[in-house]
Design a protein around this ligand. Sequence first.
Ligand code: RIB
Length: 309
Amino acid sequence: MAVQVAGSINVDLIQTVEALPRPGETVLAHRSVRLPGGKGANQAVAAARAGAATHMIGATGSDEAGQWMRERLAAEGIGTQGIATLAGEPTGTACIAVDRTGENQIIVSPGANAGLMPARVRPFGHDTRVLLAQLEVPAATVHAFLAAPAAQGTVRILNAAPALPEASSLFGLTDVLIVNQHELALYLGLPDAPANVEAALAARRLIACPDQVVIVTLGAQGAVAVRAGSHCHAPALPVVPVDTIGAGDCFAGALAARIDAGESVEEALPFANAAAAFCTQGQGAIPAIPHRPAVEEALKNAPDRGKPR
Ligand code: RIB
């Protein structure tokens, strides 16, 4: 079977700083690196490294950055026929500052991602079992992707990030919705982000159809899958993060791969949690995304961690 990802492709310009700049402040970086990224590309790489046959729908510019990104994705074995090259548009760029604690600020310049129109959404590969999207490409395109006719049993996953209030109209098109605690607060209009599993059960209010599941990622507290009449919490593997760039994307891509392999959402949670924990151990998004054997080994060595409760 296969995972099909529709989403953004960016070049990440990462600056490591002592402390994040306040409004009006200029700070000097210790160092700068250019790494592959974008929520869509990160999720596609996470699915591929977790073992899924993966196809990507996206857009880059006809610039050097676009060619670099297409080559990087193809080198992962990802099907790139669905990636459009838009003449005259720059490839998406994310300017990311990371402080000494791993906290970050991200500004995304969408470039070609904003030109990914609904008409470009077509099935690539005949064996797709899982559709996976996020919100760094136009909402109308995500709608076309999730609403397209698909084989019975296809699982539609939306990682509703970055948080866009108008995107809540897409939630009813999904089988699995993934948000972090800050996105959950925004979608529910809560004053504060839910800080623990009990508070995250408020995600039940997002459920739009009976069999839907909402996953809330809670950083060091792992993730909770919330259904209408039950919930399942998987604690995180304990790590000291280098940075958290792309960790949520890694979670979503790894989860999609395990569902593609036939697991339920609840069965897939520990693997996705562990993959995301790995991703925080290296700099940036794509370079830090783990391959399946490393994640399986980590889970074997921590039998009581990452297990759903
Ligand atoms: O989620 C992390 C990603 O967000 C980065 O790779 C950056 O490109 C932005 O899209």
